[in-house]
Ligand binder design. Sequence first.
Ligand SMILES: [Zn+2]
Length: 346
Amino acid sequence: MLTSSLGKGLLQQGHVNGRGLNAEPLLALVRPKPGGELPEGPVEVNQNHGQAKRGGSVAEAIRISRMGSFQRRVAAFRGKFFAATSARARDSKRAEIIKLAKAVRGSNEILPLNKTLVEGVTAALKESGMKSGPQYLVELKLMHVEAGYEVEAWLKRTLDLCKKALERSRGPVNRAAEVRVALWKLEELEANALGRGIPHHPRLAFAWATVWMLREIELRRMKIRDVTFPDPDRWITIWLPVSKTDQQGKGVRRTLRCCGKQPCVALCPWALGWKAIEAARSRGALPGSPLFSPAGKLKEITKSGTIKAWKAHLGPEVTGHSPRRSGAMYYVRAGLPIQELAFLGR
Ligand SMILES: [Zn+2]
């Protein structure tokens, strides 16, 4: 049985992200569609249209601007910039990139752009494997420009590098082997392994890394205190450092909720969290101990030990990146929107 008293000492205060996967979708910026602001009713026909002086005049321009049909003329003028279909595609691209940027920054304020945001958005686009990634980056830059901000040298450089990185990822890539963890039976999570640097429960560790889309290094470094339970609704939160050099411990938090099934499915993040913590505690783990350790030890597992155990238990094609890839595929099949996937996968 999973008892809630076990987790009480592990709860950290005031750090709950509060944004589960089923939370409200992020708001998209509202942009009027081209021509969307047209007034209803008949269009005023300007009989004097052809009589303007050759070369035109400001007075004539002012007269036109006062005509009832002016809005329609403005719309037609806009139409010259973008054909209707490409404008629609562009609008939807912009709405999507705004959602992604907000998710990456964790805030609704995305302008002016900064280096971290542009790189974060690029990383998410690249990880998603989307072919049109560079176009989204262009849209991001345009938003910045249209809002009146300068594209300074550092930003231009960042955008150029990010565009290159996205183009590099477009060719055929060697994707890490996927493991269909969702098909596992609960008992399979209990599998044991022995050896130096090898996780005592390699399948449980793999499932945990899959459901949170963890990198292999993030899995190894995760401590018991990084997992918290913002109950009462069976929510589970993990904390992850932003980077290896994250000295201030800023980090990010991600929250998922229980699958809601009875009993929980193999990939229920909440049940996996309890299983991992109970396994660690049964050998005396403290909040600062690694979440996954070798049998009988409270040490971190090693990269080679982890991958070796996964290959032995799950197949020789499995690599350190397999949980991340398996998680992405699992969520894509479950219909998770791309921006949510990017948010979870960081
Ligand atoms: Zn569950």
